[in-house]
Write a protein that binds this ligand. Structure first.
Ligand SMILES: Nc1ncnc2c1ncn2[C@@H]1O[C@H](COP(=O)(O)OP(=O)(O)OP(=O)(O)O)[C@@H](O)[C@H]1O
Ligand SMILES: [Mg+2]
Length: 242
């Protein structure tokens, strides 16, 4: 059975009906230009954006679940957060346990280690750089051990090393838990790490499938309005505007 089934999901004026399925263990990359509807799609999956259509997890309609049950299944990392909170890093990560109503210290410690933020645990999150904070937000979501991790541009502000470690971490998450769905603008990293890609433009699904199926020069020039050079055989794959 498919793990996630999305059927005619739409949001008035922002998302035209889209349908796709995802299998257990898969990592889905949502790509497309600014304003394409990537965040809107993730917000629907996270249950924070009203939608028409149906989203099923293992055959269960998500709309019928209580908010807390849904938050245990789907962990959501919003796009580009910056915080002026005086909270310490370890307290922010502990907030990831809210859907469970506990403060499981082992899970909080494990999440901090995975996102490589343990060294800042006592520092107020507001005093960290943008990229450092991004890893703290990710740790918070990991602490909830969601079955499906929804991450909206989790690597946008990260340095080269952490782009790679976080992509590897997200991919491992899809293996130990059940799936990862992330949006990103780096198409080379998307090709290298994602099992499936969902290319969107102007609120529509343009292509869905493997990197080879989705990342064609034709699809990319249609989506982005520029000529794109694609070499998926190179290690790592190269996808650049001409
Ligand atoms: N809360 C909102 N109410 C109404 N329209 C919105 C809202 N949020 C976003 N939009 C519009 O919906 C469209 C899709 O936005 P969305 O944030 O999903 O794009 P995106 O693909 O995530 O873009 P980006 O790459 O810039 O993050 C845009 O035209 C945007 O202006
Ligand atoms: Mg977005």
């Amino acid at each position: 059975m498919d793990l996630i089934q999305v059927e005619n999901l739409s949001v008035s004026g922002r998302l035209q009906p889209i349908s796709f399925t995802l299998k257990r263990g898969e990592m889905l990359g949502v790509i497309g230009p600014n304003g394409a509807g990537k965040s809107t799609l993730l917000q629907c999956l996270a249950g924070i954006q009203p939608y028409s259509g149906r989203i099923e997890f293992e055959g269960r309609n998500l709309a019928e679940l209580k908010q807390r049950q849904r938050a245990r299944l789907f962990g959501y990392l919003p796009q580009a957060q910056q915080s002026a909170w005086a909270l310490r890093v370890e307290d922010v990560v502990a907030l990831g346990r809210l859907p469970w109503g506990d403060e499981d210290t082992q899970k909080i410690e494990a999440a901090m280690r995975l996102a490589d933020v343990t060294q800042w645990r006592k520092r107020p999150v507001a005093q960290l750089s943008g990229g450092e904070q991004a890893r703290v937000w990710l740790a918070r979501v990991l602490a909830g051990e969601p079955n499906v991790l929804l991450a909206d541009e989790p690597i946008a502000s990260l340095d080269l090393k952490h782009q790679r470690t976080i992509m590897e971490l997200l991919r491992s998450h899809s293996h130990w838990q059940q799936a990862t769905i992330l949006s990103l603008h780096d198409l080379s990293l998307a090709a290298r790490y994602c099992d499936k890609l969902c290319l969107m433009a102007e609120g529509r699904l343009l292509a869905f499938g493997s990197a080879a199926e989705v990342l064609t020069p034709e699809h990319l020039s249609l989506a982005f309005g520029v000529d794109v050079h694609v070499d998926l055989d190179s290690q790592p794959p190269i996808i650049l505007p001409r």
